[in-house]
Design a protein around this ligand. Structure first.
Ligand SMILES: Cc1ncc(COP(=O)(O)O)c(C=O)c1O
Length: 409
């Protein structure tokens, strides 16, 4: 077997299962899971209808590049959403089966061990663990750039020395970020593009949370939009990854796309032909309908806004927590080590959150996820409100000392 498989880290949810093994949640109360970033709002009926109307498509093999109709729907959405002058559906867009597989695959297609024997792939920290596994299996070493509250979670690009940038072949960014919710500013993009021009690396921009934001008048800046604003033509060395999973509440559909540099996408398409990851025809048809409709996305945001308003009002007096720029997570500070907080919260209140340190690595002397928890506001509004009240109660117990007693049981 590939020995690199042994270097893959346990997934955060497995670590959480191990943490909670043997811990009994408070009896007689409904458990509320807020640890997984799986959207749980209802899938719009029109998407299900289009999917079922196109089941005859199961009788044919799909092409890896997807249908023209889907690529045009995606290009149209990109141009509307990011006010782009042009994105060519023939060469600058490829449908993918959710952004996850494509985020993994891009490293396999990009990393070149003949250019340097020790290539580096830069990852945010904290981060979505796929980036790290993709780097390792592509024979590269991950390098972590910490995203910390002191810098409003922005990247400190210049914290990586020049001699390491020289070995960088791929940089993953996530904006809006999981778990911090940070949206990269034009200034962050500007410096990243300069570095990409200087050191010739590819940027994989994970934007699967781009449609979950709070102010209808201020959608998060996208990577292609930033490139346009900075006068870059043809999106050199830039690939944007997006997805319907969160935007349209269809994580089970596995539908997303990559868009950007045509030269890289041409090679990526070749890679994908061998990987065998063409999208099922009924899913392609349903995706066309989803990308063409915005009403359901506006309603989706309204639901998240409502949950953030309620949860923050309840939690703010108890925890150091604030509204993120975007996405559906609260990244709250804990008054004790995050795994202990998580375990005792589960025991005392039957609410499950994810320890922040499980989403980050120790780098530059710190684990930027330590003493943080990720709370995914994915459940129904009343359930999120109930969970927030229980978290507040738990923190109050800790303050009075009764929580300490419960933790020792
Ligand atoms: C940061 C980030 N990127 C990508 C994904 C993958 O989403 P999908 O494959 O459903 O598009 C997720 C899923 O939770 C995520 O949190």
């Amino acid at each position: 077997m590939n020995p690199r498989l042994d270097r893959l880290q346990t997934y955060p949810f497995q670590k959480l299962t191990a943490l909670l093994a043997g811990t009994q949640a408070k009896a007689g109360v409904r458990e509320i899971p807020l640890y997984i970033g799986e959207p749980r709002h209802a899938t719009p009926e029109f998407i299900k209808r289009v999917l079922s109307e196109n089941l005859s498509g199961l009788a044919s093999y799909p092409a890896t590049i997807g249908t023209e109709a889907l690529r045009e729907a995606i290009a149209g959405w990109l141009m509307r959403r990011y006010r782009l002058d042009r994105i060519d559906p023939a060469t600058q867009v490829i449908p993918v089966n959710g952004s996850r597989e494509a985020l993994y695959a891009i490293a396999q297609a990009v990393v070149d061990t003949t250019r340097t024997i020790h290539p580096i792939v830069v990852c945010p920290n904290p981060f979505y663990q796929i980036y790290e596994g993709a780097a390792i299996l592509a024979h590269a070493a991950p390098a972590y750039l910490n995203n910390v509250p002191q810098r409003n979670y922005a990247f400190d690009w210049d914290s990586l020395p020049k001699m390491l940038w020289e070995r960088v072949q791929l940089v993953y960014v996530c904006s809006p970020a999981n778990p911090t919710g940070h949206v990269m500013t034009l200034e962050e993009w500007k410096r990243l593009f300069e570095l990409s021009d200087e050191f010739d690396f590819v940027i994989a921009s994970d934007e699967c949370y781009s449609e979950i934001y709070f102010d209808e008048a201020k959608p998060p800046l996208g990577s292609l939009e930033a490139a346009k604003a900075l006068g870059r033509h043809g999106y050199p060395r830039l690939i944007s990854f997006s997805s319907l999973s969160k935007r349209s509440n269809v994580p089970g559909m596995r539908s997303g796309f990559v868009a950007g540099d045509a030269e890289i996408l041409k090679k990526f398409l070749l890679y994908r032909t061998y990987q065998g990851c063409a999208m099922s025809p009924p899913i392609q048809a349903a995706s066309v309908a989803a990308w063409q409709d915005e009403a359901h996305v506006v309603e989706n945001r309204r639901l998240y806004r409502e949950k953030f308003d309620i949860a923050l009002e309840i939690l703010k007096p108890a925890l150091d927590v604030s509204r993120p720029d975007a996405a559906f997570y609260l990244w709250a500070r804990t008054p004790m080590p995050d795994p202990e907080f998580t375990r005792r919260l589960y025991q005392s209140q039957a609410v499950t959150v994810l320890p922040g340190s499980y989403l980050a690595r120790e780098a530059h002397g710190v684990n930027p996820g330590a003493n943080r928890i990720r709370i995914a506001l994915v459940a129904a509004t009343d359930e999120c409100a109930e969970a927030a009240r229980r978290i507040r109660e738990f923190v109050a117990e800790l303050r009075t000392g009764s929580g300490r007693a419960a933790g020792r049981q």
